[in-house]
Ligand binder design. Sequence first.
Ligand code: PGA
Length: 247
Amino acid sequence: LLPIVVANWKMNGSLGLLNNIILNLKAIEELTVVEIVICPPSIFLSQSTQLIQETKTNIKIGAQNCYFLDSGAYTGEISTAMLQQLGIEYVIVGHSERRKLFFESDIDVVKKVLSAQQHGIIPIVCIGESLAEREQQQTFFVLDRQLEMVLAQADFVDPNRLVIAYEPVWAIGTGSVASVEHATQVHSYIKAKVPTGVRILYGGSLKPDNAEKLFRQADISGGLVGGAALQAKDFISICESANRVFL
Ligand code: PGA
């Protein structure tokens, strides 16, 4: 199973940024052992998939969200069936911003996971505790709750078809990356709960200067990168760290 580095652009970025990343990546042919997934805003998905086909790069395009029904009167939503038609291979599900700002529940998350898998799209399921939850020593309780339905209902026949991203909410966009000790402890906890082979990514203030040390930890199979994915140079540097570690 290839380690993965995922760029989550959130509501940022442009086709120009994707072009820039592709150009710079092409210069680094030895990036062979890492799967690179870029998740632009949905308005760019169609042109992004075209661009990577035209340039014959190995980058995969992912969506940041999806809805769990195929079609219908759901103003503003995009279905996994539609993503599948575009050839999208990954979708981020249950990012903490979706949970918090758009009130996504654990039930919504599992429905999206199942819908993605039914359409041959790999869900990247985000889990993680908030600062308050961490301070109240609720981390493992929260992770258990967020994982419970996914583990009970998702398809694990091929463990490659589901990815977990551990993203402590207090580390997202704050510049305070999790310590190696914290990340290692939580990743090994998650690892023990999920079927063998499910990849577990770390996310939250990953930067060129801290990625390698996290990627070196036993149960971390790559990363989910927000802010640092908006600069081609930083993102590629993180991909290179992954490549060094996993080669
Ligand atoms: P960050 O975001 O790298 O900017 O902390 C990560 C994420 O939200 O996935």
